[in-house]
Design a protein around this ligand. Structure first.
Ligand code: APR
Length: 266
């Protein structure tokens, strides 16, 4: 029978093992998903209260966005709701802990599936953040390339424009990757290179069910890296993890950093 004290002892043991792997790492790569941002108020996708419980991902595909005005109207309806949350979101203790790993000299890079810019807001160097699914703060015209900030598009949406179009008449699209859209080539290649060079690979807040992003932990394992998975629920890659820590990213990451810091003063 697991009482509260034995559950805490078990968590403590997991945090100690993970902290030991991180403290010994020379090439630590962190990989994040939407679960690292839910404590900042941004919904994830596959939890019961996630975005895909309210919207059909197939309706929001790249093909639908390009093919019709109706497809773009549906996209911007979600985009307007989500961006209002993203714009006001603040980094939470998990983002701050990852930024501290860089300050302590451990972090090679953060490979993120998130588009919320919170790693950068938390202080992680932008050049160390690889955004596999783009970034929600920028947009552009697909016809003439005219750049737009997401804030100016948001203002147009909030003023009642349902499908913002470019001055040239072209389609305006955010710098985020939709289902069916090609992945950003340079970011994907760089993420794979970094994963294959890692000696410790830390996953925080991802269901690890979307490919090719979810290949990254496997590339690291293939290359001999230690794999740590921090997630509220189980993932298909848990069996490959050297340490799996179930729990909330903010609490777990704060506990992890406290133990890594303690090792540095020994
Ligand atoms: N702490 C730890 N884990 C959490 C927390 C939290 N506070 N909140 C949620 N989680 C976990 C959930 O249990 C879930 O397993 O984070 C995971 C989030 O999984 P998804 O919602 O599938 O998000 P993600 O893995 O980033 O999805 C990948 O799918 O829809 C596409 O492009 C979208 O980038 C996204 C991709």
């Amino acid at each position: 029978m697991t009482g509260p004290e034995t559950a805490l002892d078990a968590l403590d043991g997991l945090l100690e093992r993970a902290a030991e792997l991180i403290a010994r790492a020379r090439r630590l790569v962190v990989f994040t998903g939407a679960g690292v941002s839910t404590e900042s108020g941004i919904p994830d996708f596959r939890s019961p209260s996630g975005i895909w419980a309210r919207y059909d991902p197939l309706e929001l595909s790249y093909q639908n966005f390009i093919a019709s005005e109706e497809g773009r109207r549906k996209y911007w309806q979600l985009g307007r709701e989500l961006y209002a949350t993203v714009r006001g979101a603040r980094p939470n203790p998990a983002h701050l802990a990852i930024a501290e790993l860089e300050r302590l000299g451990f972090l090679q890079c953060v490979i993120t599936q998130n588009i919320d810019n919170l790693h950068q807001k938390a202080g992680t160097s932008p050049e160390r953040v690889i955004e596999l699914h783009g970034n929600a703060t920028r947009a552009r015209c697909l016809a003439c390339g005219e750049p737009y900030t997401r804030d100016e598009i948001q203002a147009r949406l909030e003023a009642g424009e349902e499908v913002p179009a470019c001055r040239c008449g072209g389609i305006i699209k955010p710098h985020t990757i939709l289902f069916g859209e090609a992945m950003p080539l340079l970011e994907t290649l760089e993420a794979e290179r970094r994963a294959r060079a890692a000696d410790c690979f830390l996953v925080v807040g991802s269901s690890l069910v979307v490919y090719p992003a979810a290949y990254m932990p496997l590339y690291a394992k293939e290359a001999g890296a230690r794999l740590i998975i921090v997630n509220l629920t189980s993932t298909p890659l848990d069996e490959h993890a050297d340490v799996r820590i179930p729990g909330k990213a903010g609490e777990v990451m704060a506990g992890l950093l406290a133990r890594v810091r303690a090792r540095l003063v020994r």
